[in-house]
Design a protein around this ligand. Structure first.
Ligand SMILES: CC(=O)SCCNC(=O)CCNC(=O)[C@H](O)C(C)(C)COP(=O)(O)OP(=O)(O)OC[C@H]1O[C@@H](n2cnc3c(N)ncnc32)[C@H](O)[C@@H]1OP(=O)(O)O
Ligand SMILES: CC(C)C(=O)C(=O)O
Ligand SMILES: [Mg+2]
Length: 517
């Protein structure tokens, strides 16, 4: 049996299912590019039938990404498979992933069918998907709770029908490692044609066992593993792919397995997913948490000073976290910024050096020393900006104290018009939000408002994340500034722009529909 493990990332599909605000196409493309660069073999880009937005993003990702194979999900029904094929067929090679539940509870209570009907739907869907591509993956949803006889039967028939990869998900994170590894061993012992397909696993983290279960399955012979960056996903999430990669790399001595991923891309990709998805990383999270490589107590610090590997089983550098020895201040030039960005894993094409340098100087003037997390936040914020944004914040002023209402005034560029407005409010942010609302003439229902500091100290960059609902969809805007009121205004303006773009798309669609009539 091969010792190569295929890495399948589903951050953009299963991961995205857990987000309050869906990602824009541009945001999904940024994540797909980072995954490609990390060496992920298969990227599950979405579930095209679920919405026109998902369809468009799968199509654009399939058109853009060349070094990872793009995959899309479909239920075991022809309409879903047609949508997946149409979204993917812009790429030379692609994978269709079709699934149906196999556990008694899902078959009876959810699908309201019997097992033989489900077997027929599964094999019919696989054969149909094979009309579009040789690379068809089939998943037995809720395999972890499926009677083993039924699971063996389903796997055997799926392979006969043409599935090249058969995925065994622990959909509700129910099994223990020995149990889940046992399921895979059983399949290898009992399914006669099993070696004609790659056996994959897809574990959820409801009991905190998703990574342990995935590893147990690899030990038992599975050779594809599915997961998401930072473990984001439905409910408690999916197996964290960065943890699996580092287990395979760090414990090669024990497992003897290889994967294509470049681990030095992990840190940057993890940060990007966290920022774009508005999902902060718990500080003690394995591999990518801020504390994952810091040592607090004297005995540990003494040990690390004497020999780093007394308490570090891997180095921060191995995941792309490179310690800085150069102070970045307003006296620094473009060369050092470029050098540091390269050390952090960014390529020249990831940023416009002049723009980044200009933002860096503005920040350095305000706070003195600029840290890595500041640089990364500036880059992230710049990447979010659009030159032709309909709404742009030109100026903002606030008067606030402890005794009175605050007064905020703003000057916005809206299209080619300059609009100025002022309002009072309950605190500076409220007054500015009211002034923006007056200037735009449009009310937006805010659902979530989070202020955080990017880095430590009272001069840290303030990061504001806002989520807001408009016509049943949730939008996410982020703002970044040393002034939290300005960061709050930027986040709201970003939402106005996202909604404006959505309105334009809707208007174009109804125009096209009218023309067709
Ligand atoms: C374990 C997982 O992560 S599965 C993936 C979950 N992801 C999503 O659900 C993506 C977002 N979902 C959607 O956009 C919508 O639910 C859609 C477009 C997929 C379907 O929407 P609707 O047609 O309105 O159906 P709805 O979601 O209410 O119900 C699901 C239907 O699909 C059926 N179904 C569920 N899974 C499957 C499957 N794998 N194959 C075939 N049918 C299925 C259900 O039995 C139900 O059918 P019913 O209407 O006959 O009872
Ligand atoms: C669609 C399948 C693979 C899934 O996400 C699950 O079972 O958790
Ligand atoms: Mg899942």
């Amino acid at each position: 049996m091969s010792d190569q493990v295929i890495l399948f990332d589903t951050t953009l599909r299963d991961g995205e299912q857990a987000l309050a605000a869906s990602l824009s196409v541009n945001e999904k493309l940024q994540i797909a590019r980072a995954l490609e660069r990390m060496g992920i073999d298969i990227i599950e880009a979405g579930f095209p039938v679920s919405s026109p937005g998902d369809f468009d993003s799968v199509r654009q990702i399939a058109a853009t990404i060349k070094n990872s194979r793009i995959c899309a999900l479909s239920r075991a029904v022809q309409g879903d498979i047609d949508a997946a094929a149409q979204a993917l067929n812009i790429a030379d090679q692609f994978r269709i992933h079709t699934f149906i539940s196999t556990s008694d509870i899902h078959v009876e209570s959810k699908l309201k069918r019997d097992f033989s009907q489900v077997l027929e739907m599964a094999t019919g869907a696989i054969k149909y998907a094979r009309k579009f591509t040789d690379d068809v993956e089939f998943s037995c949803e809720d395999a972890g709770r499926t009677p083993i006889d039924n699971l063996c039967r389903m796997v055997e028939e799926a392979i006969k029908a043409g599935a090249r990869t058969v995925n065994i998900p622990d959909t509700v994170g129910y099994t223990s490692p020995s149990e889940f590894g046992g399921i895979i061993t059983n399949l290898f012992e009992r399914v006669p044609n099993i070696h004609q397909a790659v056996i994959s696993v897809h574990c959820h983290d409801d009991l905190g066992l998703s990574v342990a279960n995935s590893i147990a399955a690899l030990e038992a012979g599975a050779r594809q593993v599915e997961g998401t960056i930072n473990g984001i996903g439905e409910r408690a999430g999916n197996a964290a792919l960065e943890e699996i990669i580092m287990i395979l790399k760090t414990r090669q001595d024990r497992f003897g397995l290889h994967c294509n991923a470049n681990p030095t891309e992990i840190y940057r990709t993890s940060q990007q997913v966290s920022q774009l998805c508005n999902m902060p990383i718990q500080s003690n999270k394995a591999i990518v948490g801020t504390n994952a490589f810091s040592h607090s107590s004297g005995i540990h610090q003494d040990g690390v000073l004497k020999s780093q590997n007394t308490y570090e089983i891997m180095t921060p550098e191995s995941i792309g976290l490179v310690r800085n020895t150069l102070n970045l201040t307003s006296r620094s030039g473009r060369h050092v910024i470029k050098h540091r960005m390269a050390e952090l894993g960014y390529r020249d094409s990831d940023f416009d050096l002049d723009v980044l340098y200009e933002r860096f100087l503005e920040l350095a003037d305000k706070k003195g020393q600029v840290f890595d997390y500041d640089l990364e936040a500036l880059l992230f914020f710049e990447n979010q900006k659009e030159a032709d944004a309909h709404f742009q914040l030109r100026q903002l002023n606030v008067q606030a104290g402890s005794n009175h209402f605050a007064t905020g005034s703003v000057e916005l560029q809206i299209g080619d018009q300059i609009v100025a407005e002022a309002a009072t409010g309950n605190g500076p942010v409220d007054s500015v939000y009211r002034a923006i609302e007056r200037a735009t003439g449009q009310h937006i229902e805010i659902q979530g408002f989070d202020i955080g500091a990017q880095g430590g100290g009272h001069d840290a960059l303030g990061k504001v994340d806002v989520t807001a609902e408009f016509e049943g969809r949730t939008f996410h805007g982020m703002g970044l500034s040393t002034d939290i009121v300005e960061a709050s205004a930027q986040a709201l303006i970003r939402i106005y722009n996202l909604i404006h773009r959505q309105q334009q798309i809707n208007a174009e669609k109804s125009k096209r529909a009218m023309e067709e009539v």
